[in-house]
Design a protein around this ligand. Structure first.
Ligand SMILES: *Cc1c(COP(=O)(O)O)cnc(C)c1O
Length: 357
């Protein structure tokens, strides 16, 4: 059985749109795309009058090398958010198929499923065990109409990780039954190895990466899907013909130079050190009921009254993420790790709250 048997038949059989840029074949006189022959005002050699390369070879090859996979296993898109949407549409028949998620987790999995009218089955993380993944329950929730199973590691918003051995076990258990999507948006902040190393053995595995977090490029919207070449081909069929703005591709190439990558690692190291320092400092505050260990660039904190803490800090110009509405996270706020001075301000504001709450 091929993993493509799990995909929607009409997507499998779809002839992809052939864009003018794909058909250009190295020609020099480009009169096939109704483009304007002059670069726009302020172009600075970017050739923004031309449609961009749908999958720029240099960018794809650099990303493949970084994640330790082949270019055929690599697809670049508009943030990893785009791949969550594409995977849902490629695999889930509206009104028939479904996904399995483990809340509290990233909200887009369920949002994309609901847009597609795919069922959402929830297998909660084990709140009493630092929100660890309940693997047995997860596998039991998989039915004949389950198409996608999401594992977010490190998990947003709780920060916990799932080990590589466990990911491999789940991928094996789901073979010929469902696609396992491992969302590693915060992978660089974690000591856990990437599931990308399992791709050669598991054709039902998709690993999502992004330049938005560790690479500091959220504004450029560059996400990456790593998967078996047949899944990459499938997703390309339903992707927009020109998904990547040339300006974003140029920005991505800059952050992937070896000099920029060592700077990224240095900053990730700083953020992780700040995170671990803040974990201890927050835990010592009377106002903080609980703080969970995190391998991402944020911490999840529980208070007696999260709304009050949220509003008090907002009045001082400090914006936290209120995650109290997530299942299992009553009275919790998520705090992104910022620069030292920003972190000091949060710590001082929470310390001052001790008398109020
Ligand atoms: C931030 C985030 C993403 C989205 O990343 P983009 O590449 O910016 O779309 C995906 N998954 C998780 C868990 C995230 O927290």
């Amino acid at each position: 059985m091929s993993v493509l048997d799990l995909a929607r038949a009409e997507i499998r059989n779809l002839a992809p749109y052939s864009s003018a840029r794909m058909e250009a074949n190295g020609g020099k006189v480009l009169l096939n795309a109704n483009e304007n022959p002059w670069p726009p005002h302020g172009d600075d050699g970017q050739h923004l009058n031309r449609y961009p390369d749908p999958q720029p070879v240099e960018l794809v090859e650099k990303l493949a090398a970084i994640y330790g996979v082949t270019a055929a296993q690599t697809l670049v898109g508009r943030g990893s958010d785009e791949f969550i949407d594409l995977l849902t549409r490629a695999f889930c028949r509206a009104g028939k198929d479904g996904i399995v998620i483990s809340p509290p987790t990233f909200g887009m999995y369920a949002v994309c499923a609901r847009i597609q009218n795919a069922r959402v089955r929830e297998v909660p993380l084990r709140a009493e065990q630092d929100f660890s993944l309940d693997i047995d329950a997860l596998l039991k929730a998989v039915t004949t109409t389950t198409r996608l199973v999401y594992v977010c590691t490190p998990n947003n918003p709780t920060g916990g990780v799932v080990g590589l051995k466990e990911i491999e076990y789940i991928a094996t258990a789901l073979k010929d039954r469902a696609v396992l999507i491992v969302d590693e948006a915060y992978g660089e902040f974690s000591s856990e190895a990437s599931a990308a190393s399992l791709l050669a053995q598991h054709d039902n595995l998709v690993v999502l990466r992004t330049l938005s977090k560790a690479f500091a490029l959220a504004g450029a919207r560059i996400g990456v899907a790593l998967a078996a070449p047949e899944i990459i081909d499938l997703l390309r069929r339903i992707m927009a013909p020109y998904p990547l703005p040339a300006t974003s591709v140029n920005a991505a190439l800059k952050v992937l130079s070896s000099e920029a990558i060592s700077e990224m690692h240095q900053r990730v190291g700083l953020l992780c050190a700040e995170r671990d320092r803040l974990l201890v400092a927050f835990a010592a505050l009377p106002v903080v009921k609980k703080v969970w260990p995190s391998e991402a660039n944020f911490l999840c904190l529980q208070f007696a009254d999260a709304q009050l803490v949220y509003r008090t800090l907002l009045a001082q110009g400090i914006v936290l993420r209120n995650v109290s509405h997530y299942p299992g996270l009553a009275d919790c706020l998520r705090i992104s790790i910022g620069r030292s001075l920003e972190n000091q301000r949060v710590l001082a504001a929470l310390s001052a709250l001790t008398e109020v709450v």
